[in-house]
Every structure is written in C-alpha cells, then in structure tokens.
Unconditional design. Structure first.
Length: 145
C-alpha cells in the first residue's frame, strides 16, 4: 500500500492529504483572531500543545516557552486546581480572570471543549462489489487449471 498515493479516489485519504489538511488547520488556527490554546488531552496534567498568535499577543507568552507547561501555571497564577475544575465540566464557557506574562489582569471569556473520540467511516461498498466481481472471474480460471 502506498501511503503517499495522492491520486487515490474513493477510499480513505492518503497520508499526504492528511498532512496537507493538518497544515491547513494549523494555518487557520494561526490566523484566527481569537486566542486559542490547545492542551494535550493524553496527559493527565493537560500541558499546552499549541498556542496561536492571538493567544501569544494577548498574554505575551511565546509558544516555545509555553509548550509542555501547564496552562494554569501560565495564565492562572499557578492555580492548576481551577483549570482542572473547568476541564472537568462537559462544556465550559464563562468569564474568568487570567494574567499575562507581565502580570496584567486579563478578564476573558473562556470556552473549553474536549474531543473524546473521532469515528471515521469510508464507504467500502464499491470496493466490496469489485472484489466480488474479481473473485467470480478468477473462479472459472482456477477450475480450468
């Protein structure tokens, strides 16, 4: 199987298409005027995985100094318990107080959402039909041999 086959049609996206879509999503997040922080949901401490430019401008925190650190330590004056209480809610959106790197109070509307699972489906009906036809063509040849 060629994971870099960009000419493939009708099946699951190839690796190159997935990488292109990821690059496009990253560019869209970077251009978004709303401050966005993405946290690593796989880690119990939920460290920062990504900050867009708007977040960096609002809080004065560069992405490279924030990645891997706890968001609570960066903008909630070390109040990790507060962050984890907010993350524990199924949907969180309300005003909170946060602080920029220079200590400036930033009243913000914080919305948190979590992605649990992604189920991806590709219609295999056509592939199954073609496989059945191919098997039917091979059966007489196998009997003749």
């Amino acid at each position: 199987m060629d994971f870099f086959d960009t000419g493939r049609r009708g099946g699951a996206p190839s690796l190159s298409r997935l990488l292109a879509e990821a690059a496009m999503a990253r560019a869209a997040l970077g251009a978004c005027p709303c401050p966005i922080a993405i946290l690593d949901a796989a880690s119990p401490s939920r460290p920062v995985a990504y900050l867009n430019d708007a977040f960096q401008a609002l809080f004065g925190i560069r992405g490279e100094e924030a990645v891997g650190k706890a968001l609570g330590a960066l903008i909630f004056r070390g109040d990790e318990a507060l962050l984890h209480r907010m993350l524990a809610e199924s949907a969180f959106s309300r005003p909170v107080r946060a602080w920029s790197k220079d200590g400036t109070l930033r009243p913000v509307q914080l919305s948190l959402g979590a992605l649990r699972w992604v189920a991806s489906f590709a219609d295999r009906s056509e592939a199954e039909k073609l496989q059945s036809e191919l098997d039917a063509m091979r059966a007489p040849a196998a009997k003749a041999a």
